[in-house]
Ligand binder design. Structure first.
Ligand SMILES: *[C@@H]1O[C@H](CO)[C@@H](O)[C@H](O)[C@H]1NC(C)=O
Ligand SMILES: *[C@@H]1O[C@H](CO)[C@@H](O)[C@H](O)[C@H]1NC(C)=O
Length: 546
């Protein structure tokens, strides 16, 4: 492909600090490295400015200010004329989307499931070790070219050949994460640009040739300016390989509270590349707690009481559906994290009934599709959507009666108590997830739920908030630092007892202890723990030598 960039000049001061072998080189070639360096130099400065803006906004919220719709973009919200892009090939009907990490087994299983799309995850259900990131790219590269089949022992993993495979959508890491193993001018590249760039350069044309396109999920954005940055990345990328602008699609996860106030603006920024919005429900709860953690009016009860029907969640869902359908793009629902309970029929039936009820709520509300974490749930979700959504999507359900005010989005009237059981549950889930993550596993089954990073984030943020505000428990105790640390110690010991040797519970507990006492608070757990799973001690390989 002709590009205006000379490799020799562009690759000066570009280094790779991760292990390189023939597999790595297949997805991280010299040409890919040139493209990544171009992306970094064009966009990393803006990325860092946008992260600064998040800090500035946080300082405002810490003073007790609230959020509101932006006055400077009123003309965009009130303008009825503009629309998002029409659904791209393979994305017209996306009623059931399976999500999961990109290890080879999962890729094959996901593509063989009875779903319409597969969100291949480089983000929250993946621990970002170098091996995971690179092998994930390799697995998708091979899956796209139908050369992903493999054998493990006696078991064969083969892609189905009896039908069109689900449309692939890759979720890149959020703007806050960096990829330490690839540096440009001495700086680590952004995780977003690394994941986006490798997948795009290697596969965009191949995907188009095979009838779909380079499609992405875009996580954790906090403002429309961050969406504008993505849109500029898309334009540069398409120009770079001579692809028509508007071929890429991005579905944005609305999973932070500031983004909920900028839904229209986010679709507007991505306009020709927009494939809608999605309700990232667990991260959304995390974000509400995080952003308003200093404000005692935002203290929430036990996690089990924070359901999809409490006022602030209900308002968010309705506004998302209304906004998307007014702009002619998909309004995707949330995750059913349940996994089958194989040895308890009754418990299993109850769990599946909950899934069914949740999906029924979504399809009736007007969602165009929904997420499942396990192939076994795809059938249940599909039954519900097939029955209640005879059309490929429900853009025609406009929800014009919905009126959502800032007060609705911030209505923290959530009935429920804070109990010792709720505290212990949060500790268990947080520790359980972090323990797996520290071993390089980002998708961890805990109590028959497939948990990702959002789970641990909600848990530690609730504990932090409860300690900070010294809340009374239903049992009549006050949650303070000492009590929290005591319970943490007890739960970590308990979990360690039944875990195999070499487990990471003590390490998880050490980190968790810094996050639950109402004092220090890391913006993201994944950033806090990242150094534990990365090793950049080896001498760098200049990208020129690839
Ligand atoms: C890597 O690829 C080169 C060139 O194709 C080949 O000669 C070499 O044997 C390969 N190395 C391994 C470890 O497979
Ligand atoms: C509304 O948006 C359309 C499309 O972007 C634009 O052409 C038009 O000028 C806008 N109208 C107003 C009143 O801003």
């Amino acid at each position: 492909m002709p590009t205006p960039y000379q490799p020799e000049r562009t690759l000066q001061d570009v280094n790779i600090l991760g292990e390189l072998n023939n597999d790595t080189r297949k997805v991280l070639s010299k040409e890919v490295s040139v493209f990544l360096a171009v992306l970094h130099r064009a966009f990393n400065g803006r990325r860092k400015e946008l992260l600064k803006r998040r800090e500035i906004r946080q300082a405002e919220l810490d003073k007790g200010n609230l959020l509101d719709f932006l006055p400077e973009t009123k003309h965009i919200r009130e303008n009825d004329t503009w629309k998002g892009a029409p659904p791209a090939p393979g994305l017209v009907d996306r009623r059931i989307e399976i999500t999961g990490p990109t290890d080879r087994k999962m890729v094959v299983n996901a593509l063989n499931s009875d779903v319409w799309t597969y969100m291949a995850d480089f983000e929250d259900s993946n621990a970002p070790t170098w091996d995971n990131m690179i092998n994930g790219q390799l697995n998708l590269y091979d899956a796209i070219r139908k050369q992903v089949d493999f054998k493990q022992g006696e078991k064969e993993y083969k892609l189905r050949t009896d039908r069109t495979l689900p449309t692939l959508i890759a979720r890149a890491r959020g703007w806050h994460l960096e990829e330490k193993h690839f540096t440009v001018d001495g700086e680590p590249i952004s995780g977003s640009l690394f994941d986006f760039g490798i997948y795009f350069y290697n596969n965009a044309e191949e995907l188009v040739k095979r009838g779909t396109g380079p499609y992405y999920y875009l996580p954790k954005m906090e403002s429309h300016l961050e969406a504008r940055l993505w849109n500029d990345v898309f334009n540069l990328a398409q120009d770079y390989i001579g692809m028509r602008r508007g071929t890429i699609r991005g579905t944005v996860l609305i999973e932070t509270i500031p983004a909920a106030f900028e839904m229209d603006e986010i679709i507007y920024e991505l306009r020709d590349h927009s494939s809608g919005l999605n309700c990232g429900r667990w991260d959304y709860i995390f974000s509400v707690i995080k952003r308003f953690r200093q404000n005692s009016n935002f203290v929430l009860p036990d996690r089990s009481a924070v359901t999809m029907t409490v006022p602030f969640m209900d308002a968010y869902v309705k506004l998302l559906i209304k906004t998307c359908h007014r702009r002619g793009v998909h309004a995707m629902g949330g995750m059913a994290a349940q996994i089958p309970i194989k040895n308890d029929k009754e418990a299993n039936e109850k769990a599946m009934e909950n899934v069914r009820a949740d999906k029924l709520r979504e399809v009736r509300a007007g969602h165009d599709g929904t997420w499942v974490a396990h192939p076994a749930l795809a059938t249940i979700a599909a039954e519900v959507f097939n029955e209640h959504m005879p059309t490929p999507n429900q853009f025609h359900i406009r929800r014009e009666e919905v009126q959502v005010s800032p007060q609705d989005l911030l209505n923290m009237n959530v009935p429920g108590k804070i109990t010792e059981e709720g505290i212990r549950k949060n500790l268990n889930i947080g520790l359980g997830y972090m323990e797996g993550w520290l071993r390089g596993v980002g998708c961890v089954p805990i109590n028959y739920l497939m948990e990702d990073a959002a789970t641990a984030e909600v848990s530690r943020s609730q504990l932090w908030q409860w300690c900070k505000h010294g809340v009374p428990t239903a049992e009549g105790k006050k949650l303070d630092k000492n009590y929290a640390l005591q319970l943490l110690k007890e739960q970590a010991q308990e979990l360690e007892k039944s875990a195999p040797k070499g487990n990471k519970y003590q390490l998880a507990a050490k980190y968790f202890a810094t996050q639950v006492t109402g004092e220090d608070y890391a913006e993201f757990l994944t950033s806090l723990l990242y150094n534990e799973i990365t090793n950049t001690d080896s001498s760098p390989t200049p990208a020129m030598k690839l």
